[in-house]
Design a protein around this ligand. Structure first.
Ligand code: PMP
Length: 383
């Protein structure tokens, strides 16, 4: 007998057929460079824990004492019962880190982007986004009801042409880009984007998910390292270099005031938990006061970059702790990921539809040792 859910079988079958089926692996160890995954101890080269803060004693202690003081849940949305003194402290710390007037904390980076974009633009507006932007930037544009057009990845000439062709037809225009592209590890030409935005009277939203804590003298992100002075909207996550959970928007005081009144993913959801909030505050403190973590991370980037070059392996980019290597089709890439795994290295294949081409995506942490990176290189050499 047929049921209204039979389409699920057909859909799952087609996902399998395209080799797009995804599954989870179970981790039973603390965040670090060595992880126990499905019962096996492995070297971790896939984590976003860039500075190694997710298991730092000081973050754990901050989370524990916040839990003891406030409890486990924040009990309500920010505008009702969930607004804690801790949230105010965190927002001030983010604004200081990002060099903005104000900041607003969301429950995740994904929700921050959905909420910000859908509040800032609407049906009469235009969003021009890099074709490789993260899913939440793309979904945020769709949710807003604005006309959404992609420009070619990192292609300033294409962005300029699309602005020239479309800008005048719309009321407001928002240009969106990741600062560090999550799957390729390359960097957006932020200054050129800002120059075009000035020329065409556009707002700019930069997703610093992979830039914050990693770039800039104090870890303020790529916007900070590039030294962009103009007004812009910075979005990011607390879950990568900052080792916690949650997202944020940082910008002018009036932007943040507006989002408090218009961003549905902030207004209608439960506030970030005391533990996550306190851990993020502790993380920002360490990001700014312990630059040696960032320096070590960049030394590791250099070491892996050199090692790959010596092996004649070309990564898509070597400009950040994310290095992605394309080996060919999906099946071959999956086999290589499996080979790495058999050799105790966790660096999974990332495949369509997440990315246009299958690749092994490697990410580095400040806490990786030279010998751990050498082990990875030896294993890649055997491939
Ligand atoms: N933007 C980018 C570029 C990301 O890579 C991610 C996380 N994968 C997000 C946003 C979402 O952040 P969060 O995990 O905090 O939802």
């Amino acid at each position: 007998m047929s049921t209204p859910y039979d389409w699920l079988d057909r859909n799952l079958a087609s996902i399998h057929k395209a080799n797009w089926y995804r599954s989870t692996q179970t981790i039973t160890s603390k965040a670090g460079t060595i992880a126990t995954i499905d019962g096996c101890e492995m070297l971790m080269f896939a984590s976003n824990n860039y500075l190694g803060l997710a298991s730092d004693r000081r973050l754990i202690e901050a989370a524990m004492s916040a839990t003891q003081m406030y409890g486990t849940g924040s009990t309500g949305s920010r505008l009702v019962t969930g607004h804690l003194a801790l949230h105010e402290q965190l927002e001030q710390a983010i604004a200081d880190l990002k060099n903005t007037e104000a900041a607003l904390v969301f429950s995740s980076g994904y929700l921050a982007n959905l909420g910000a974009i859908s509040a800032i633009v609407g049906a009469r507006d235009l969003v021009l986004g890099d074709a490789y932007n993260h899913s939440c930037l793309k979904k945020g544009s769709l949710l807003s009801g604005a006309k959404a057009i992609n420009y070619l990845h990192l292609d300033i000439a294409d962005l300029a042409a699309k602005l020239q062709e479309n800008r005048a037809k719309y009321r407001r225009c928002l240009i969106t880009t990741d600062s560090v592209f999550s799957m390729d590890g390359d960097l957006a030409p932020l200054q050129e984007i800002m120059d075009l935005a000035d020329r065409y009277d556009c707002m700019v939203l930069v997703d610093e998910a992979h830039g914050t804590g990693v770039f800039g003298d104090r870890g303020g992100g790529l916007t900070n390292a590039v030294g962009i002075e103009q007004e812009l909207i910075q979005v990011g996550t607390l879950s990568k270099a900052l080792g916690s959970l949650g997202g944020y928007v940082a910008g002018s005081a009036k932007l943040i005031d507006y989002l408090r009144n218009r961003a549905a993913t902030w207004i209608y959801t439960t506030a970030l938990s005391p533990a996550d909030t306190a851990a993020a505050i502790a993380a920002i403190n360490l990001v700014t006061t312990e630059p040696e973590r960032r320096q070590q991370l960049w030394q590791n980037v250099e070491f892996l970059k050199q090692g790959l070059q010596d092996l004649g392996i070309q990564a898509i980019a070597c400009d950040s702790p994310i290095m992605a290597i394309e080996f060919g089709d999906i099946e071959l890439t999956m086999q290589i990921a499996q080979h790495l795994r058999h050799n105790g290295i966790f660096a999974p294949a990332i495949r369509p539809p997440t990315v246009p081409t299958a690749r092994i995506r490697l990410t580095l942490m400040a806490t990786h040792t030279t010998s751990q990176i050498q082990t990875l290189l030896q294993c890649l050499a055997s491939v």
